[in-house]
Design a protein around this ligand. Structure first.
Ligand code: URP
Ligand code: ZN
Ligand code: ZN
Length: 461
């Protein structure tokens, strides 16, 4: 099957030009003028942008948290991703303490069989005793070329510095990337106890007990341990400018340090936690939403290239029952927000349409850089001969309305309820096949493939 995409403006992480694109089977065959008579199908992309399908390296499908589970599974979550122009995600199997990490890996591999887009796995490490090192080696060989560790959530995921250092040594030895959730879990635990001795529990306590310095301290520590171990490190969901400053300085010194932020931190502030009727629980997340100054600082960091990726940290819960678990004690509110469906449309409108960044920078942040950092480039995140034909054909004027009444995620609320933006994918192709047409999902469960990622990262801005 040969398909020509004609007349579009091709935007990649390194170029922005008018060109046709030829697809043969699952791959891009050529970028240049295409003879329409010699193909089976023609897609007219006049007045459209032709961009690589989005790569979202941070999702949590069917993940246990605070006594419940996130509501999107690989099927509903990846349909939401596809409709929003994302064709690759990376999710996180969670190693139970004392358990071989391959057990959780196998569980996620089975769950991933319903995915509608391509997917990879980072392995969460909570226990790296000697007995589990061969298992981690085997996972890296299997294409799980990134390890995730938490410096938050004591008693549930948090690792000590020994495990952190050991995992980083393992990463340095095998070529894996280390992802770090950076918040000082024990200090936060104490701040929570202190606050609850004097104050009524409300969702806003989420922000009060996780001040920026708890994120900055853990980020500095994580970067230092990575430097000691000689490992590349990627700090997830950054929300505090003081923390970003540590990444900036590490990068200035030439260290392989990278950072991501998410739309919620770029577009919302901690005021959302103060809503009436427990509404703030919808916005409880870790690290929390922060001040307007932090919000603006994150945009500056994306533009200055101090941060490299915008992911979603898609962690979907229902407000109607799951978030209610924390009515009397904010510590029990399942933390996280849905976001996978709207990353590209939000970033395009607030970033590109509002003149903060070029379309090329947009593509770097949502596709090319995550593909480079997580061992998938140039198969993913690029439009060149040999790349997978994962494409987002984007209408810069298409309107999007944000409402829980019309969304694919199974969450019962939309963090951006009532918002409208301009610019959205009209068609989305996964390995040459149209899976979203005129904004409607037309693919099928199970068409996504597990990606065996390379044990190396390509440095990026
Ligand atoms: O609050 C958040 N971000 N929930 C998801 C789990 C995590 O720490 O990424
Ligand atoms: Zn996290
Ligand atoms: Zn996360």
């Amino acid at each position: 099957m040969r398909t020509a995409i004609v007349g579009g403006r091709v935007v990649t992480g390194s170029g922005d030009f008018y060109s046709d694109v030829l697809i043969e089977g699952e791959k891009i065959a050529a970028v240049g003028s295409v003879d329409k008579g010699a193909v089976d199908d023609v897609i007219d992309a006049t007045d459209r942008l032709v961009m690589p399908g989005g790569v979202d390296p941070h999702t949590h499908f069917s993940t246990p948290l605070k006594g419940t589970r996130t509501v999107d599974d690989f099927e509903s979550g990846t349909i939401a991703a596809a409709v929003g122009g994302t064709t690759t995600i990376i999710d996180f199997p969670l190693q139970a303490p004392g358990e071989d990490p391959r057990v959780s890996h196998e569980e996620w591999r089975r769950a991933g069989e319903s995915a509608v887009i391509d997917w990879g796995l980072h392995q969460i490490i909570t226990d790296l005793s000697d007995e589990f090192v061969p298992a981690v080696d085997a996972l890296v060989a299997e294409g799980v070329t990134s390890l995730k560790l938490f410096l938050a959530y004591p008693g549930n995921r948090m690792v000590d510095d020994r495990t952190l250092f050991r995992a980083m040594r393992e990463a340095a030895r095998t070529g894996a990337m280390v992802l770090l959730h950076c918040e000082n879990g024990l200090v936060i635990d104490e701040l929570e106890r202190e606050l609850l001795r004097t104050t009524e529990s409300t969702p806003y306590c989420n922000a009060l007990t996780r001040p920026p310095l708890t994120e900055a301290e853990a980020t500095a520590r994580g970067l230092a341990v990575a430097e000691l171990a000689n490992a590349p490190v990627y700090i997830v969901h950054m929300s505090a400018v003081e923390a970003v400053e540590h990444v900036r300085r590490a990068r200035e010194r030439g260290l392989p340090a990278y950072g991501e932020t998410c739309p919620q931190y770029l577009l919302l502030t901690e005021d959302k936690l103060k809503g009436d009727d427990f509404d703030g629980a919808k916005y409880v997340m870790c690290p929390p939403l922060r001040s307007e100054a932090n919000r603006q600082g994150l945009w500056n960091a994306l533009i200055a290239k101090d941060l490299q990726v915008v992911s979603t940290d898609h962690t979907a819960f229902r407000f109607g029952d799951q978030k209610q678990r924390g009515r009397d004690d904010f510590r029990q509110i399942p933390n996280g927000v849905p976001g996978i469906e709207w990353r590209n449309t939000l970033l395009y409108d607030f970033g590109v349409h509002q003149g903060k960044m070029s379309p090329m920078r947009f593509v770097q942040l949502v596709a090319t850089n995550p593909a480079k950092l997580f061992g998938m480039y140039p198969i993913k995140g690029e439009i060149q001969p040999g790349s997978d034909a994962d494409l987002m054909i984007f209408d810069p004027d298409r309107r999007v309305t944000y409402t829980a009444a019309q969304q694919w995620t199974r969450s019962d609320y939309n963090p951006y309820e009532g918002w409208q933006t301009r610019g959205a994918p009209e068609k989305v192709l996964l390995r040459g096949k149209v899976i979203v047409d005129d904004g409607e999902f037309v693919g099928r469960a199970g068409q996504g493939r597990f990606i065996r990622r390379a044990p190396q990262h390509v440095a990026c801005d």
